[in-house]
Design a protein around this ligand. Structure first.
Ligand code: ZN
Length: 598
């Protein structure tokens, strides 16, 4: 006997589970039950689960009976002549929707050749085993599966032109590729999603090392290509503020702050503000510049203070450009929010050409950063005079086994020479054999290699170099957003150590492992300098080992334990002093034993 759960609730039991499940499935296929109903028999739990609740993801599959697909040749012909619709096929029980639960209980064949008596379903098309992003990887069935995951992820991070009305929009952190191209080697999903929604560029790559500037994952870019617009993009960032009303009749003010306002910084910070306290379009700004001048009343006002002078003190709450970011004011929008308060948005744009450290990727999860941007005359060139746009390291291929990367390059070469696009849809792509034959007909070596010459010496390379055309994506991770350095700056209140993070003008943390590396190098002075960022002097009693009191005015020290004791200044890290205090708060008494250093 098996329990039956309907939408997760125990609803009864049946004697013959297998027969019951079959009859429910049959009833669904005949249209007597909802097509959205899914059922599964769990043998281990001897339970039957029926689901008809909302928000389950289902996908269509062809029904298979006794090893024969229900989508017969006759059915396919009527479908081609448009004499039958999709919904009719579902009603006829040829296609059914299966959710993740029922899929556990099914055996799905990839295509007709694979069918056996055990199969319950067949894919409508083999490529449907991938998601949208993965299906956009050309020749994906030649890649290692983990590379597909990465390739799919990089496509989501690629810059493109996702909408044409970006000038009228205020998206948070938008990166727009200037010259997007549709891929030469593409899968069918590219045309489903839209040719105009391209997010990359077709480039000529050569698989060759260049002095180690492209070691492991790095890339070498052709400087001329960058100057012609390869990977060029614009970064947009909005800055938003509201003119709020507070209880007690206080309001924010949008103005050019005057020197009597609390928190007023340098006069030059406010130099771009118009009389209304708002910056003008096309102003060239740098980090820390004020975009919108704003003064707010003090946050907490008591009943009495509302009538006193404290009510007139206002704080500078101006909107400033983020630390380390510069650009040009693109547009200024003044409007109202839902509550009727004034809302001001300032959009700042920054044009960015690829620089060393920017991230690029092919569609096969082969991502890397730019290691060098080299003038074209110093790059290798082919016998026909082609200088590649990108140099990719051959060491990136054996371990990662991205065979599709090579096939795409080969296909791209054929496509660009023949002036057509190549179908790289997984499982049904143009095969590499025919690509090689076509390449030979076009007057090139069939394996894609070419004789190349070193641009610096003019000497011919002994090895033949693989050259092809690939679709490259520029990813949104850019050096300009991440680069940071500081000498002096703010510290945190609690530990007195430098702040962390770029937004807080922070430093880079030198952690335990970095310390080990300094120790191994014997760089003791550098380490001493690095670790005294929170240096402090605490007076310690030599008798009881507790911290003593030091009267700096009289230059005398006292301790709780009595008179005539030796009290010494001890240099330590403020974080250590904090640790001692925290121990004390746990009712533990830390004692410092003082000894002579020499
Ligand atoms: Zn003492």
């Amino acid at each position: 006997m098996s329990d039956v759960f309907f939408n997760g609730i125990l609803s009864g039991n049946v004697d013959d589970a297998q027969k019951f499940v079959e009859s429910v499935k049959q009833a669904r296929r005949e249209g007597r039950l909802s097509r959205h109903l899914n059922i599964r028999y769990d043998e281990k739990q001897t339970a039957i689960y029926i689901a008809l609740d909302r928000n389950r993801v289902t996908r269509p599959l062809v029904v298979v009976k006794n090893g024969i697909s229900m989508l017969t040749k006759d059915k396919l012909d009527t479908l081609k002549n448009r004499n039958v619709t999709w919904n009719e096929l579902v009603d006829q029980g040829v296609i059914e929707y299966v959710d993740a639960m029922e899929e556990e209980d099914s055996l799905v064949a990839l295509d007709e050749n694979e069918l056996s008596d055990k199969h319950t379903h067949m894919e409508i098309n083999p490529v449907t085993i991938f998601g949208i992003c993965t299906s956009m990887v050309p020749y994906a069935n030649f890649n290692q599966s983990s590379r597909l995951n990465r390739g799919q992820k990089t496509q989501k991070q690629a810059m493109g032109c996702y909408t044409l009305n970006y000038l009228n929009r205020m998206d948070t952190a938008l990166d727009l590729l200037h010259y997007p191209q549709t891929p030469l080697v593409r899968s069918f999903s590219q045309s489903m999603i839209g040719e105009e929604r391209a997010a990359g560029q077709n480039v000529v790559i050569a698989i060759i090392n260049y002095d180690g500037y492209n070691m492991s994952d790095a890339l070498v870019l052709n400087k001329a290509s960058v100057e012609r617009g390869l990977g060029r993009s614009t970064h947009f960032r909005p800055y938003i503020t509201e003119k709020l009303r507070y209880p007690g009749g206080q309001v924010d003010e949008i103005l050019v702050p005057t020197k009597d306002i609390q928190g007023y910084t340098l006069e030059r910070d406010y130099r771009f503000l118009n009389e209304d306290g708002i910056i003008y379009p096309e102003a060239v700004i740098g980090g820390g510049d004020v975009l919108i001048g704003k003064a707010s009343p003090p946050r907490f006002l008591g009943k009495l203070e509302a009538f006193s002078t404290a009510a007139n003190i206002r704080k500078d709450t101006s909107v400033r450009t983020r630390y380390g970011e510069d650009g040009i004011v693109s547009k200024v929008v003044i409007t109202e929010n839902e509550d009727g308060s004034m809302l001001i948005k300032v959009d700042v744009r920054d044009s960015r050409a690829p620089e060393i450290g920017d991230k690029f990727s092919s569609r096969h999860g082969q991502k890397g950063i730019v290691g060098a941007i080299v003038p074209p005359q110093d790059l290798p060139f082919t016998s026909s005079g082609i200088v590649p746009d990108i140099l990719f390291s051959p060491n990136g291929l054996p371990k990662r086994m991205t065979v599709a990367q090579l096939i795409e390059a080969l296909g791209g070469k054929v496509g660009s020479l023949a002036g057509r696009t190549i179908d790289g849809t997984s499982f049904q792509s143009e095969d590499s054999k025919s690509l090689r034959e076509q390449l030979q007909d076009l007057g090139f070596r069939d394996d894609g290699t070419e004789t190349m010459y070193d641009g610096r010496t003019g000497k011919q390379y002994v090895a033949r170099i693989f050259v092809g055309n690939m679709y490259y994506l520029r990813l949104k991770h850019q050096v300009a957003d991440k680069i940071q350095a500081r000498a002096r700056g703010p510290v945190t209140l609690l530990t007195r150590q430098p702040t962390e993070g770029k937004a807080k003008e922070g430093g880079l943390r030198l952690g335990e492992m970095e310390k080990d590396s300094f120790v191994a190098h014997g760089a003791s002075l550098l380490m001493k300098e690095r670790f005294d960022s929170d240096r402090t002097i605490i007076w310690i009693c030599g008798k009881c080992g507790d911290s003593a009191v030091h009267d700096a005015y009289r230059n005398k020290a006292y301790c709780m334990c009595g008179e005539k004791v030796n009290i010494h200044p001890v240099e330590m890290s403020y974080a250590f002093k904090l640790f001692l205090d925290e121990l004390k708060s746990l009712h533990l008494k830390p004692k410092l034993g003082l000894g002579d250093k020499y």
